[in-house]
Write a protein that binds this ligand. Structure first.
Ligand code: C2E
Ligand code: MG
Ligand code: MG
Ligand code: MG
Length: 299
């Protein structure tokens, strides 16, 4: 009856106010705000993509770059991806946003290629929702056709949890990506729950060692052992290894000794607008020309 309903509502209200401590309601409100404003972010031109260089260890030259999303909201100011991507994922907004990033990054890679006359690859992060709930292979094929980027210059970064959810479907999707020549990297490797037996079934091209292992690689004997093991595992399965979060020369030297194939981190370059990467490509081209010239002159 009405009385007990009223009583229940009051009880619930009391519990709620205890449950929602000040901090919690504040973080809930923040998420709601993010969701509200993120909805219009593409239309309002508030999103941008920055690119972090990825260097080949051997020869120390640019291999390409990872595309990282940035949001400068008119209402909230800059909001980091660690904060807004989970909200976008939950609200389903990551699907249109992720597709926008993919298109933007592929178009950019084509511009770098034309301007530098070099093959530059671009790595794009794909969220769980994009991988599971959409036909990512079709989206990728459409974007490659639209932008004219050769498929071998695109790499998708997935996390372990994305693959471990529905492994049969994941294997199928990865095989289709492999068939069209798009590469796939396993991001933040070592922080999820990869089963080694599944790793064998997934056609992956690359493992990205999580930066938490790189951070202590010169101090913690265990972290060195972990990275050494990841490298052996990857190479044994025919994959390349990229180390993330390289910040010091000592870390770089250690990763070189451990035969890591590529490195990425603040030491080699911060995420930056696309013009920065083009300038670096042009610098490398100029240095190549100088070397050729010197070799010629020395003859
Ligand atoms: P991630 O894919 O593992 O990207 C690497 C993150 O490490 C980036 O943070 C990068 O700025 C940061 N980082 C790079 N080098 C260093 C370093 O030397 N030291 C330290 N401390 N950090 C370094 P960011 O840009 O804040 O992105 C965070 C995460 O947000 C990404 O992690 C990725 O999971 C997600 N993300 C970013 N852009 C996208 C996107 O377009 N789509 C999706 N689905 N996720 C994205
Ligand atoms: Mg990544
Ligand atoms: Mg990562
Ligand atoms: Mg990460």
């Amino acid at each position: 009856n009405a009385d007990t309903a009223m009583f229940r509502a009051k009880e619930a209200g009391k519990n709620n106010s205890q449950f929602f401590s000040y901090d919690m309601s504040r973080s809930v409100r923040r998420r709601v705000e993010i969701r509200t404003h993120l909805r219009n972010a593409i239309r309002h031109d508030e999103l941008s993509v920055v690119y972090q260089p990825r260097m080949v260890m051997e020869g120390n030259e640019l291999a390409g770059a990872e595309a990282l999303l940035r949001w400068n909201s008119a209402e909230l100011g800059p909001v980091g991806p660690q904060e807004f991507i989970p909200v976008a994922e939950e609200a389903g907004l990551i699907v249109p946003i992720g597709e926008w990033v993919l298109r933007e990054a592929c178009a950019q890679a084509v511009r770098w290629r034309l301007a530098s006359r070099r093959d530059v690859s671009v790595a794009v992060n794909i969220s769980a929702r994009q991988f599971r709930d959409t036909d990512i292979v079709k989206t990728v094929m459409d974007v490659l056709a639209e932008t004219g980027l050769p498929s071998r210059l695109l790499e998708l970064e997935l996390t372990e949890s994305v693959l471990m959810c529905d492994t049969a479907r994941a294997v199928d999707t990865l095989q289709r990506l492999n068939a069209i020549g798009v590469r796939v990297a396993l991001d933040d490797f070592g922080t999820g729950y990869s089963s080694l037996s599944y790793l064998k079934r997934f056609p992956l091209d690359c493992l990205k060692v999580d930066r938490s292992f790189v951070a202590d690689i010169t101090g913690e004997a265990h972290d060195e052992a972990i990275v050494r093991t990841i490298v052996a595992l990857a190479h044994g399965l025919g994959m390349r290894v990229v180390a993330e979060g390289v910040e010091t020369e000592e870390q770089l030297a250690m990763l070189r000794r451990l035969h890591c194939d590529e490195v990425q981190g603040y030491l080699l370059g911060r995420p930056a607008p696309p013009e920065h990467l083009l300038a670096r490509l042009q610098d490398e081209n100029a240095a190549d020309h100088r070397r050729e010239r010197q070799a010629w002159d020395a003859q």
